[in-house]
Ligand binder design. Structure first.
Ligand code: PGA
Length: 251
C-alpha cells in the first residue's frame, strides 16, 4: 500500500501574513501523517516562519533549490540552507521552472542527487506540452525526462522519490486531464520506472497527478489505481479548499 501524498504548490503567492493565516487555519485540520502525507511548497522567504509553526501532520517544502552547497550563485538557495531551517521537502523540475528559468533534465538530475545527499524528500515534476500530447509524443517525452532525470539514482532512492505527472496544458488552465488520461500516463510512468529499475521499485514509487486539481475533481482522480496523490497550485491557496483536498485522500 502506497501512502497518499497531497501537496500544495503556492508558486509566487502569499506574503508572510497571508502564509501565517493559512497555517493557523489548517494545522489542526490535517489528517494524521500516518495516513496521508500533506506538504506545502512555499516561497523561500516564508519557509522559516511556516516550519516554526507547522503541526506534526503538515510538512514544509521549497519550490526549488541549487544543487551545490555554496558558491557564487547570486539569488540561489542551497540544499543545506533549507535543511538548516527545518525544511524537509523540495520540488524539482516544475514545468514553470523548465520553461521560464532554464531548468534542464541535467540540472534536475543534479538536484535530485543533491536532495538525497541532504536528506530532503524530492518531488520530481514531469509532463508534456499540448503540442506533444496532440502529436502523439507524450510517452516519448516523459520517458526521456525520466531516463535523464533519474540517471545514477539507486533503487532505494527511487523508491523514496515522488513523481508528479503534470501535463503542461492542464496547469493553471482549468483544463484537468480526464481521470482516465491522468491514470494512463501515471501508469506509463510506473511502467518506465519498472523498466529502468524493477517491479518492486515501480510498485513502491508514489506518483501524483497535477494540473487544475480542485475540490470538485479530486475524488475521481484519487480513485484511480495509479494515482497516489495530487500536486495542487491554485486550489491550494485557500485554506478551506486545502483541508478538503487533503482529506479527500482518506476516502
Ligand atoms: P494548478 O497548478 O493546480 O494551478 O493547475 C498545478 C502546478 O503547477 O503544480
Amino acid at each position: 500500500m502506497r501512502k497518499p501524498i497531497i501537496a500544495g504548490n503556492w508558486k509566487m503567492f502569499k506574503t508572510r501574513d497571508e502564509a501565517l493565516q493559512f497555517i493557523y487555519a489548517v494545522n489542526d485540520q490535517m489528517p494524521s501523517n500516518e495516513e496521508v502525507e500533506s506538504v506545502i511548497f512555499a516561497p523561500f522567504v516564508v519557509l522559516r516562519c511556516l516550519v516554526k509553526r507547522q503541526g506534526e501532520n503538515l510538512k514544509i517544502g521549497a519550490q526549488n533549490m541549487h544543487f551545490a552547497e555554496e558558491g557564487a550563485f547570486t539569488g540561489e538557495v542551497a540544499p543545506n540552507m533549507l535543511t538548516s531551517i527545518g525544511v524537509t521537502y523540495v520540488l524539482i523540475g516544475h514545468s514553470e521552472r523548465r520553461a521560464m528559468f532554464n531548468e534542464t533534465d541535467e540540472s534536475c538530475n543534479k538536484k535530485l542527487h543533491s536532495a538525497f545527499k541532504h536528506e530532503l524528500k524530492p518531488i520530481l515534476c514531469v509532463g508534456e506540452s499540448l503540442e506533444q500530447r496532440e502529436n502523439g509524443t507524450t510517452e516519448e517525452v516523459i520517458r526521456h525526462q525520466l531516463v535523464e532525470d533519474l540517471k545514477g539514482l539507486s533503487k532505494e532512492q527511487v523508491k523514496e522519490l515522488v513523481i508528479a505527472y503534470e501535463p503542461i496544458w492542464a496547469i493553471g488552465t482549468g483544463k484537468t486531464a480526464t481521470a482516465q488520461i491522468a491514470d494512463e500516463t501515471c501508469g506509463y510512468i510506473r511502467h518506465v520506472v519498472g523498466s529502468l529499475y524493477d517491479q518492486e521499485t515501480a510498485d513502491a514509487i508514489r506518483i501524483q497527478y497535477g494540473g487544475s486539481v480542485k475540490t470538485s475533481n479530486i475524488d475521481e482522480l484519487m480513485a484511480q489505481p495509479n494515482i497516489d496523490g495530487a500536486l495542487i497550485g491554485g486550489a491550494s491557496l485557500k485554506s478551506d479548499d486545502f483541508i478538503t483536498l487533503v482529506n479527500a485522500a482518506l476516502k
